[in-house]
Design a protein. Structure first.
Length: 331
């Protein structure tokens, strides 16, 4: 009997490396303001007013109006300043590491007379710990005032949510933001392989390491040496780029997962979906002469990629999966 067990986790300390961000849910730092209204009917010589509710925003927006009647068309645009009597702007890094201490600059914009002091308060979710949660800022007239909070990122990865509010002179302002908390290091894997003779007993213990929430353990028991299929398939699926070569390489080995996994329903369903998705993506890169381009938007097919993808599609067709020609006809 052969036992194989593996521990994996992300570490919070170590050398800073340039790695591909694989987080499925990224922090939303910049929410665009794009709104469409209409169409509206307006009689000759008439006017109309429309009210818009904008999300949190400080700055200017471009307002555009397009009009048409029969075959006549016209357009007008104007830059409009978006402001309130009291506004707040918070600045933070794009990403932080677990346990990192970060400065959080806060800018106050006072556009109204009579505001003598502003109370600012900072709050966050479980991934943020503020040293000081509130401050009172003295104000003399209109203008800009600077302040600063500092916080420590939590001990695990995720999306830190921060809310800063300002109140003064009967006015209030709020600023919400999200920051990714992610490890700067690649995952570390520790594994052990043990061969047991008949009747032999094996005991072991381990202590989880790495960042909370990222660590996991796998125990595999087999009568033959393990090929650690899950780890190797995950390596293929985590390819960081989207060229036609890597798309093909991700899906090609999955044609035989059904046999290797012993017809595991979840594996079969997942691999079938991945293969179909890969074929669909290759379709979008097929040129008029039938060749396949290396990158989306390319105007010329790549001979090597065309041959490689063609081999994949031929094998997929033999496995009973729709070929490129079948999907073209169905599309």
């Amino acid at each position: 009997m052969i036992l194989f067990w593996e521990l994996s986790a992300e570490l919070s300390t170590g050398y800073l490396l340039s790695v591909v961000d694989k987080t499925a849910n990224k922090a939303k730092r910049f929410i665009p303001i794009v709104k469409f209204l209409g169409p509206f009917t307006l009689g000759a010589g008439k006017t109309n007013t429309h009210t818009l509710t904008l999300p949190q925003y400080t700055g200017s927006v471009r307002t555009m109006v397009i009009a048409g009647s029969d075959r006549a068309f016209g357009i007008a645009e104007k830059s409009v300043l978006v402001k309130d009597p009291l506004m707040i702007l918070v600045t933070a890094p794009r990403v932080v590491s677990p346990g990192e201490k970060v400065a959080l600059p806060v800018s106050l914009f006072i556009q109204k007379e009579g505001i003598n002091e502003v109370n600012i308060k900072a709050e966050g979710n479980d991934l943020v710990t503020f040293e000081e949660k509130s401050k009172i800022i003295a104000v003399t007239g209109t203008g800009e005032k600077e302040s600063e909070f500092s916080f420590t990122a939590g001990g695990k990865t995720g999306v830190a949510k921060i809310n800063v509010t300002a109140n003064g002179g009967g006015e209030s302002a709020t600023y919400n933001m999200e920051i990714e908390v992610r490890s700067p290091n690649p995952p570390e894997v520790r594994a052990e392989l043990k061969v047991l003779k008949q009747g032999e007993k094996f005991e072991t213990s381990f202590k989880p390491f790495g960042i909370e929430g990222s660590n996991s353990a796998i125990l595999e028991v087999s009568s033959v040496p393990s090929i650690n299929l899950e780890k190797r398939m995950q390596y293929l699926l985590d390819y960081p780029y989207g060229c036609s070569e890597q798309i093909t390489s991700e899906a090609f080995p999955q044609l035989w997962l059904k046999e290797l996994s012993g017809n595991d329903p979840s594996v079969v369903k997942s691999s079938s979906a991945n293969i179909t998705k890969a074929i669909s993506m290759l379709i979008t890169r097929q040129m008029i002469n039938g060749g396949i381009a290396l990158w989306p938007g390319s105007t010329q097919p790549d001979p090597w990629v065309t041959s490689y993808a063609g081999h994949f599609l031929t094998e997929a067709e033999e496995k009973g999966i729709a070929s490129l020609q079948d999907l073209n006809r169905s599309g």
